[in-house]
Structure formats: structure tokens, C-alpha cells
Ligand binder design. Structure first.
Ligand SMILES: [Zn+2]
Length: 283
């Protein structure tokens, strides 16, 4: 655990964010990876090509396009035809009530046939409870089973469901690789996931003023287990908070995490991209 109290971290926050604001317009030469974005969503239908170009200009050369429903598995895979992309397929916990034998077979087919880097995003969301919790657990477990069977890593969504997430993941460990995407817990939970051998991915939320525990978690996450992501179109980092998020913003979140941890930007980009490459099969 970090020995820096949250109050110290909060006082550093405005300095970090003002450094990033000044930095925002400068071109980057370091290769960031957006390890989680929803580029197939209709939010990008009007300017997807420009969005992709802006990502590259910002130094975000690789991205993982995430599929969350049977309807977006194929579009995500289509966007991942470039060598700089990977995609995933899974049934999001919000949609868990849709799970049936046809869905399971469709997912298995998608995972086997497409250049899929992972099963995801899958998991548990007890904040919104959009599907009944017992069904969320059953569907998460079934998809963890598919990942184990196909030797694919998992992209895990876990919100206000820490204990059940750990219990279900633990049944497939060791052996299963994966990432807790958009990590929103604190340092104690981070330590548990790290002990299980999982990676932790930080989104724009790490830049928000009311997220001192997430910053504490980022501080204790070793560089060889840390990823950055946008979860675009959601959760744009400061100074774009509230606007549509896009993959270019992975560089902003990455720079923020680098400053927070006292690392050089280039080193942080190199290491987080290497972790994503290892996890999602860029070799
Ligand atoms: Zn997502």
C-alpha cells in the first residue's frame, strides 16, 4: 500500500492536471495503447475516421475495440482488421438477462472465428443492477469458462461487486489471464486483484478530483501490471470531462498516471503498451 495519505495526493492533483492542460496541444511521439474503447458504438458514426486520425496524432497507435453485445461483436471485429487493433467479444453484465443457448453459441463462434484478443467485457455491475445479480453471476461464470476453454484472456467489468468478482475469478485461477478494466476500487482491492495475477487498467476517472482512492491504487500498481484505457465514448479525463471521450484521450490519462507515479512519459507509454501487447496478443 502507498504510504502517501490521500490528502497529499489531492493537493498534487491540481498541479498534475494543470501540467497536463498545458501539455495537451503538443504532439506526442510515444506509443500509447488504448486498452479499452467502444469505437464500434454509434457515438462515432459521424466522425470515426477523424477520431482514429486524432488518436494517431496524439500518439495512441494501438487500441482494443471492445464488444459487449451480439450486435457489436462483428462491427468491433471489423474495426480490428488493422494490425494496430485488437477486439474482444463478450456479453456485458448489463445485458446478462439476454444470455441463452443461442447467445452462448454465437459468442463461442465469434471467439473462434474472429481475430479476438479477449473475452469481454464481462463481469458484474451491482451499481446499476440492470440484470438480476444471480443471472449476472451465472453469465460471468459461463463466459469465464469459455475463456478458460479457449485460452483467451478476460476483460472484466466490476462495479460495487468486489467480493463476488474475486470469488468467481478465483475458481479459474491460476491459468486465466485478464484485466480489471476501468478500475474503480481502492488500494486494498487493487492488492487482492494483483495477488490473483490480474492486470489493472485505469481510465479517465483517475484524473477526477473525487478519486483519491483510485490514485492510491494506481500508485501501488506495479508497472508490469498497469494498463491505460479510455472506455470511450464514456469517462473523458480532465480537462475534457463531460464531453465525448475518444481514444486520443488515452494519452492524457497515461501522462497523468506517469506524473502521479513519478515516471517519464515515454517509459510509461512503453511499459503500459508492452503490457497490453502481452495480454491481447500483439507479440
Ligand atoms: Zn467498456
Amino acid at each position: 500500500m502507498s504510504d502517501r495519505p490521500p490528502s497529499t495526493l489531492n493537493s498534487q492533483l491540481s498541479t498534475l492536471n494543470s501540467q497536463l492542460t498545458t501539455h495537451d496541444s503538443q504532439p506526442l511521439t510515444v506509443p500509447w495503447t488504448d486498452s479499452h474503447c467502444h469505437l464500434a458504438m454509434s457515438d462515432f458514426d459521424g466522425d470515426r475516421a477523424q477520431t482514429e486520425a486524432r488518436a494517431e496524432e496524439a500518439g495512441v497507435f494501438r487500441m482494443v475495440v471492445v464488444g459487449t453485445t451480439p450486435e457489436d461483436w462483428a462491427p468491433a471485429a471489423a474495426l480490428a482488421r488493422l494490425p494496430s487493433r485488437r477486439c474482444t467479444a463478450g456479453l456485458h453484465p448489463h445485458e446478462a438477462a439476454r444470455w441463452d443457448e443461442a447467445c452462448r453459441r454465437g459468442l463461442r463462434l465469434a471467439l473462434a472465428e474472429q481475430a479476438i484478443g479477449a473475452v469481454g467485457e464481462i463481469g458484474l455491475d451491482y451499481h446499476y443492477d440492470l440484470s438480476p445479480r444471480d443471472i449476472q453471476r451465472k453469465v460471468f461464470e459461463a463466459q469465464l469458462g469459455l475463456a478458460a476453454e479457449l485460452a483467451l484472456p478476460v476483460v472484466v467489468h466490476s462495479r460495487e461487486a468486489f467480493t463476488d468478482t474475486v470469488d468467481l475469478l478465483a475458481a479459474f485461477l491460476p491459468g486465466l489471464k485478464g484485466v480489471i478494466h476501468c478500475f474503480t476500487y481502492g488500494p486494498a482491492e487493487a492488492e487482492t486483484f494483483l495477488e490473483l495475477g490480474l492486470h489493472l487498467s485505469y481510465s479517465g476517472i483517475v484524473t477526477f478530483p473525487k478519486a483519491p482512492l483510485i490514485r492510491e491504487a494506481a500508485l501501488l500498481t506495479p508497472w508490469d501490471r498497469l494498463l491505460v484505457e479510455t472506455d470511450a465514448p464514456y469517462l473523458a479525463p480532465v480537462p475534457h470531462r463531460g464531453k465525448r471521450c475518444e481514444p486520443a484521450h488515452a494519452a492524457i490519462t497515461g501522462r497523468f498516471v506517469a506524473s502521479l507515479k513519478g515516471a517519464e512519459e515515454e517509459e510509461a507509454a512503453r511499459r503500459t503498451s508492452a503490457n497490453a501487447a502481452q495480454l491481447f496478443g500483439w507479440g
